[in-house]
Design a protein around this ligand. Sequence first.
Ligand code: NAI
Length: 255
Amino acid sequence: MPSIPTPHDPRFLQGRVALVTGASRGIGRAIALRLAARGARVACVATEAGRAREVADLCAQHTEGSQAYGCDVADTAAVQALVEQVQKELGGLDLLVNNAGITRDQLLLRMTEEDFDRVIEVNLKGTWNFLKAASRPLMKVKGKVVNITSVVGLTGNAGQANYAASKAGVVGLTKSLAKELAGRGVCVNAIAPGFIATDMTAAIDEKAAEALKSTIPLGRIGAPEDIAAAVEFLAGPGGDYITGQTLVIDGGLSL
Ligand code: NAI
């Protein structure tokens, strides 16, 4: 991304285009809104465009031109077509946020092959699909990539072998692509959230959530905005000399 006017300019992403996957809710929603508030036109991607429309409309209140798109991130051809469509309709691509993700938790003995494959396809292959489709346009503008991984990808977690493997893969992808694209001025980083209050974690029963909360040094469950703030930082001038890193945002959980 070309250098940005001033770090204090509240619209420092004015004129830039950001693509956020899994933007219909949770962390992706918070990221999309934050980037739009900073002036980016945001392509809000969800499995179906209709699901991302509300977020895209809110983004458009900040930045005209933000739009909703539908695509299964695991579908390589659909992702390629989507990235081309976004460039045509929004006028380019400067920032890619690979946020879409799923869980299918189960202890290994009960985990099906389908549960393993689908989580890898969405979380890891989906990230690769977008990197593959977007790297050329990003090289043209010295753009940026932020991949959302998880602390579980760094620490492992019982019952999440598929998810942890997919997220560890995202860390490896991030480092490799950071090395491949650094010469073209593209910064590629990852963010590893801890326990964040979204639909994904809503399934955890109250007692287990309280127990988990008591192990978080900062004493609270994270909010989607905690992650969005870090994406904003990496997308801005503060991120210009950072690449290949995984920023853990977990209130100290993994310490
Ligand atoms: P969420 O379940 O609330 O939202 C997931 C989003 O991904 C939705 O917009 C959904 O439509 C989209 N999505 C799922 N499968 C898709 C597919 N095949 N194609 C296109 N879009 C798809 O999840 P949440 O909590 O907002 O998570 C966002 C990211 O953060 C995920 O990658 C997740 O693994 C990661 N994360 C979340 C944590 C948490 O505690 N909530 C902790 C660590 C990482």
